[in-house]
Ligand binder design. Structure first.
Ligand code: AHR
Length: 309
């Protein structure tokens, strides 16, 4: 009976005349990038008059799946998921499809049948990893022992930045990852994993670069290196991903070397696709790729200005 009343309401009150309700299942608030992305999603929803249901999963995929089920139960008009990890999504995506609610994947990818969602709107983490390795190969003449700080295990950017990096590094026999550890994309995680890696490598003896899967882990690691008398940015090349103001400040202070910028203000691209779909458009590429670029100290000041800081 409730379902019949709901369908009747939909027919009497066409979509174009209602405020659209969008459920957004966000990863959490683990990094500066995530905070900036959440802000972009909230501000742009308000600007477009969308009713946004925002759910922060606290980096817990089980909780995130439950939040998506909650959106399905509320019969939202569309669901956007930035998935914590790639696996474990098929059932909940099928439930959304059975309820005729379109799903859009933002930022990180899922490993599921692509017919279960409309499109993914996101940068290429593989390309980011490749860019990092190509830049490092050029900066070191193809010779560098690397220590890697990994993001959340099973998350798409941790998997793909690593494999993208390796794909290009494999062309250079003297570029090797000699140690790695997980820092979960957080500043604190970067601190603790770097503390362990420093003791395992005799304070990074012979190490030429630190590759961190995001800026926050690198910023945590920088403090640990400095406390041990190692000078990141001078004795050790640092490479990270995200390109947000704190890393440009670290570049200007001579403590960070290069970051691959991952755009965080992507809500306009995402809602465009969602709203075009809700208006009836059906032909979208499965993956709408947002471009990434890399930045060093040479353009750090300009990047800070672009971010208005
Ligand atoms: O999925 C994007 C990654 O997630 C960002 O690079 C990282 O900072 C965040 O936690």
């Amino acid at each position: 009976m409730r379902r019949i009343l709901f369908l009747a309401a939909l027919l009497l009150f066409p979509l174009s005349a209602r405020s659209q309700t969008i459920g957004f299942a966000q990863v959490g608030a683990e990094s500066d990038w995530r905070t900036a992305f959440s802000a972009s999603m909230k501000q742009e929803a308000a600007r477009r008059g969308l009713h946004l249901l925002f759910a922060d999963a606290g980096n817990d995929v089980g909780r995130q799946r439950q939040e998506v089920r909650g959106f399905i139960a509320k019969h939202v008009d569309a669901i956007i998921i930035a998935p914590v990890v790639v696996d474990g999504w098929s059932d909940v995506l099928k439930e959304a499809k059975e309820a005729a609610i379109p799903v859009f994947i933002a930022d990180r990818a899922v490993r599921a049948d692509p017919s279960l969602y409309v499109a993914r709107i996101a940068a290429s983490s593989t390309l980011e990893g490749r860019l990092a390795a190509a830049w490092l190969a050029q900066a070191t003449n193809g010779k560098c022992d690397v220590v890697e700080l990994e993001g959340t295990a099973g998350s798409e950017p941790a998997l793909q930045r690593h494999s993208g990096f390796l794909a290009v590094a494999a062309l250079f026999p003297d570029i090797r990852i000699i140690r790695a550890g997980n820092g979960n994309f957080t500043t604190e995680g970067g601190r603790s994993v770097m503390t362990r890696l420093m003791s395992e490598t005799n304070n990074l003896a012979g190490v030429c670069a630190v590759l961190a899967h995001n800026d926050n882990m690198l910023l945590g690691a920088i403090g640990v290196m400095q406390a041990a008398g190692v000078h990141p940015g001078r004795d050790i090349i640092t490479v990270s991903f995200d390109g947000l103001p704190n890393i440009y400040r670290a570049m200007l202070a001579g403590e960070a070397t290069m970051s691959v910028e991952v755009k965080s203000d992507t809500a306009p691209y995402i809602y465009d696709v969602v709203q075009r779909y809700l208006k009836g458009e059906r032909s979208f590429p499965k993956w709408i790729v947002i471009p990434s670029a890399l930045h060093t100290r040479a353009d750090a000041a300009a990047m800070l200005e672009r971010h208005g800081s």
